[in-house]
Design a protein around this ligand. Structure first.
Ligand code: PLP
Ligand code: COI
Length: 341
């Protein structure tokens, strides 16, 4: 198979139309036979539930080319489970986990020419999405849905690559107490767009959202969870019921504890203690681990000792271990690396 002629090393995080997408439609109470198609457009009712009442959930994972030339996906079974959890919460039918992983296998294999080669730092982003296609005008769940997986080659989520980011503590909330912050539903991202625009227009790379009840604890950004490293080298991750349970964060917690022998604590993190940490990073499929150098909270500036030039040493160790596992350079825990071909 011949690879596409792309400048793999300079890809950003952008939508690209690739050759195939996988679709399966839900009708009459069951999922239909899935298939690969070439048409990147979706035709549906003008009254589709997704258009009016935002009934849509999605996922994100990546395919990598390993050192020995295989194409692998990182923990797609975890995405299958989380998509089911998200769907259940907004009254959508579950897409079967085994079929989810088979669909990823099919669509990645079909788009193998778009999977960036080993050593380019790029990967094939896989975006499974499920949305209500059936018409509804009264507020209720739709009767018809589409499950679709699209893929595209991507580079770093943040423009500067591994350059430390500057964040702003947002005056807006992304989630509500007892709301939907813990699921991966489009509505949460629509909620974050005004805050995103606000932060960008003030020159910040991202927002730090606070807990919506007391506005005292750290939650997450619009698209990644937080990691902190204490001055004693302990990894701390915020605990909250209204953040997305990041697969990257859960994997890093395991790696830190069981591979690197670090002390790890998952607990509520107060904004007031940010100044005491040595390092800070954002973690997620798209973000991988993106270092944070500075957080601005009103007129207070918190500058992490790791600085604005490079990742802190502990963050770097976590980054190298995780990306080494994904590239087949470091042995990963059993079941984490799903081989496609
Ligand atoms: N938090 C939010 C709001 C996200 O959109 C994402 C991205 O998926 C994450 C965290 C990171 O999750 P994961 O590591 O599973 O990609
Ligand atoms: C991901 O990391 O897969 C996401 O969905 C986050 C999004 C901001 C791109």
């Amino acid at each position: 198979m011949e690879k596409k002629n792309l400048d793999w090393g300079s890809l950003g995080f952008e939508y690209t139309v690739t050759d195939y997408r996988y679709i399966s439609d839900y009708k009459d109470g069951k999922w239909g036979e899935g298939q690969l198609i070439e048409d990147p457009n979706v035709t549906m009712s003008e009254c589709a539930g997704v258009l009016h009442y935002s009934q849509t959930v999605f996922e994100g994972c990546k395919a990598y080319t390993t050192k020995d030339g295989k194409i692998v996906v990182f923990r797609p079974d975890m995405n299958a489970q989380r998509l089911q959890d998200s769907a259940e919460y907004i009254e959508m039918p579950a897409y079967p986990a085994d079929k989810f992983v088979e669909a990823i296998d099919e669509v990645v294999k079909a788009n193998a020419a778009w999977v960036p080669p080993y050593g380019t730092g790029a990967s094939l982003y896989i975006r499974p999405v499920m949305f209500a296609t059936g018409p509804v005008i009264g507020v209720k769940p739709a009767d018809e849905y589409q499950f679709r997986i699209i893929t595209m080659p991507v580079g770093p989520y943040f423009k500067g690559g591994a350059k430390p980011l500057t964040l702003m503590v947002s005056p807006y909330d992304r989630a509500a107490p007892h709301g939907t912050g813990h699921i991966k539903a489009g509505l949460n991202y629509a909620m974050s767009l005004h805050a995103h625009h606000d932060a960008h227009s003030k020159g910040f790379d991202e927002n730090m959202f606070l807990d919506p009840k007391e506005r005292k604890y750290v939650e997450e950004t619009g698209g990644a969870n937080f990691l902190f490293v204490t001055k004693d080298g302990e990894l701390v991750t915020p605990k909250s019921d209204s953040i997305l349970p990041s697969i990257t964060r859960r994997s890093l917690v395991y790696v830190a504890e069981h591979v690197l022998g670090m002390k790890v604590t998952t607990r509520k993190v107060e904004v007031a203690e940010l100044k005491d940490f040595a390092e800070c990073g954002l973690c997620g499929t798209a973000a991988v681990i993106s270092p944070v150098g500075k957080i601005v909270n009103g007129d207070e500036e918190i500058c992490f000792p790791s600085g604005m030039e490079e990742m802190g040493p502990v963050t770097k160790k976590l980054y190298d271990t995780l990306t080494g596992m994904q590239a087949g350079e470091i042995e990963a825990p059993e079941g984490w690396i799903h081989e496609i071909c």
